[in-house]
Design a protein around this ligand. Sequence first.
Ligand code: GLU
Length: 266
Amino acid sequence: MNVREKYLKNTKRIVVKVGSSTLITEDGSLDLYRIEEIVRQICYLQNQGKSVVLVTSGAIGVGFLKLGLKTKPKDICEKQAAAAIGQGILLNTYEKIFSEHNKIVAQILLTKNDLDIVDNYTNAQNTFTALLKRGVIPIVNENDAVAVEEIKFGDNDTLSALIAKTIHADLLILLSDIDGLYSSDPQSDKDAKLINCVPEITKDIEECSKGSHSNIGTGGMYTKIKAAKIAVSSGISMIIANGSQDGVIEDIVSNKEVGTFFEAKK
Ligand code: GLU
């Protein structure tokens, strides 16, 4: 039995986070092939009796394209406007594809306040529980339209780790445009090696996460390590893997050694 198998053999609740860089093509449009592939795999997990929550970025990216802008706006209210436009398009796209697989989805938009305040946290937890009990797939994003700096997560990596904690998930999967965590930045160092397994998040591991970034997404490897710390300390294993790879989620749950695996603390 490999390390992953030991941790993943009884996985029942999974949070899958997909970043903008996986969902949006180079010309800025929604990558429908990729979305269909991710939806198909989530349905596969659900058909195996697992509960899945999808955390998806992409609202701002889709929104600014719809407005005909060439680059992501810098101004916070412009970003919020773009998110308000894009979120509807994003959810509509997911809803159509999931319903082709006879699945029901629900939209949940959260801010940091919603998980910081005890009553709100409990309400959100109850909503997730009620949805998952009915086999509905919650689709979550940050509520960008109302989130100002103090109540912003700022990146869906952190949000997805907190959701995994809220719903007592066993596994958090972060899908990005990179194969996993490398020993150094693979864009500038040809000797960079993909790290297969992280038993503990040491200073060295944190060092490896510096300097990697994406053009479209918000978080880089740094926010993913931050998410890993939240997840593993809550007893949830985490994997960073390349969302552009067909069948990647199925590979993960069948213990194939894809991406970087972070062992949950007991
Ligand atoms: N909530 C933002 C969006 O949907 C993205 C946040 C992130 O990239 O993590 O566009």
